[in-house]
Design a protein around this ligand. Structure first.
Ligand SMILES: NC(=O)C1=CN([C@@H]2O[C@H](COP(=O)(O)OP(=O)(O)OC[C@H]3O[C@@H](n4cnc5c(N)ncnc54)[C@H](O)[C@@H]3O)[C@@H](O)[C@H]2O)C=CC1
Ligand SMILES: O=C(CO)COP(=O)(O)O
Length: 311
């Protein structure tokens, strides 16, 4: 069997590195030259991985993993619709499309193939690539297909759990990035670990509020794709979302070419919360901070002065 990975960034390359230990992989990057991966330096891909800049090389693969930044997914699918049509697709991105408010699986469904899946959960690319133990969620509404993918995409060090709750898995992965930015802000502004714990907990409450309103199951939010990834991303210096928030909190510069999924997703979530009247104070504040519509002091004041209420 051959698996194709579209997107030779950090996550795509990490998946290629681990999947290449058990199967043939084609890793496609739009500007890829040679085998070195710019976004994941120092990783040597196994011989089973073909690295290419020619997208037609992915045409024979049984499964296609799309490891692209969320805001590029919809235009990518539209551009390559004929090529993706009817294929077995797995989204490997975390976020909400700013333009449409859709998650990655609904966007992949445009290609009209078997039920698309999403692979999400707590994992840093660098950890997966060097074979450190990692557990992720594979979500697919078709459980038979999900079970097949679970087997095909698990490796000795990458353990996949399965669910049919696609909405819950997608929203957990999208929303935790927004809360990770907020956690970074708290740490960057010197507010301390206690404040971060409070923020993560209240952030988790608002993740659940939005996800359950959209039909997610609570146990999915409590699993790897929700709680698990929230913990990882809010507490680790390896997270780009956390580091971006920390730079905001410190008032320091941040490399604008870094992929920070939570920034656009915060804007999308703030809009959804407003339209659907769902109380999402932290995500709304992150969107305002990212867009420079509010300063740090006002943001903190506004969160701390909310009416007291039962937990
Ligand atoms: N890096 C990590 O540790 C993890 C990342 N993810 C998710 O994976 C997704 C991708 O992130 P990374 O690989 O980390 O980002 P990255 O910044 O390392 O790489 C993104 C790649 O996408 C390519 N790309 C951008 N726009 C494109 C387009 N229009 N067409 C084709 N290629 C395009 C870039 O050239 C780059 O190679 C994100 O949604 C992220 O949340 C998920 C788990 C772990
Ligand atoms: O999603 C991730 C970990 O699960 C990667 O986090 P960052 O995108 O914040 O680096």
């Amino acid at each position: 069997m051959t698996i194709a990975i579209l997107g030779a960034g950090a996550f795509g390359a990490a998946l290629a590195a681990t999947l290449g230990r058990t199967t043939d992989v084609v890793l496609w990057g739009r500007n890829q030259t040679g085998r070195a991966i710019a976004r994941l330096p120092g990783i040597e891909l196994p011989e089973t991985v073909t690295v290419t800049a020619e997208i037609a090389d992915t045409d024979a693969a049984e499964v296609l993993l799309l490891a692209l930044p969320m805001q590029t997914l919809a235009p990518f699918v539209d551009t390559h619709l004929a090529r993706l049509s009817g294929r077995r697709l797995v989204a490997c991105c975390k976020g909400v499309d700013l333009q449409s408010g859709l998650g990655p699986v609904e966007i992949l469904a445009r290609a009209g193939g078997p039920a698309p899946a999403v692979l999400t959960g707590p994992s840093f690319a660098a950890d997966i690539a060097i074979g450190l133990p990692t557990a992720l969620t594979l979500a697919c509404t078709d459980d038979q297909l999900g079970a097949r993918l679970q087997g095909q995409l698990s490796t000795p060090t990458l353990r996949l759990y399965r669910t049919t709750d696609v909405i819950g898995a997608e929203l957990g992965g999208a929303l935790k990035n927004v809360i990770a930015i907020a956690s970074g802000v708290v740490i960057g502004a010197g507010l301390g670990d206690s404040a971060r714990a409070a923020l993560m907990t209240r952030g988790y409450a608002e993740m659940q509020r939005l996800a359950l309103a959209h039909g997610a199951r609570p146990e999915t939010l409590a699993g790897l794709s929700g709680f698990g990834d929230l913990v990882l991303t809010c507490t680790s210096d390896h997270s780009r979302n956390f580091r971006f928030g920390r730079a905001l909190g410190q008032g320091s510069a941040f490399d604008p070419t870094t992929t920070v999924e939570g920034a656009a997703t915060a804007r999308a979530v703030a809009r959804i919360a407003r339209e659907e009247k769902i109380d999402m104070p932290i995500s709304t504040m992150v969107a305002a901070l990212v867009d420079g519509k509010i300063g740090l002091t006002d943001a903190m004041q506004s969160l701390l002065s909310r009416p007291l209420k039962p937990e």
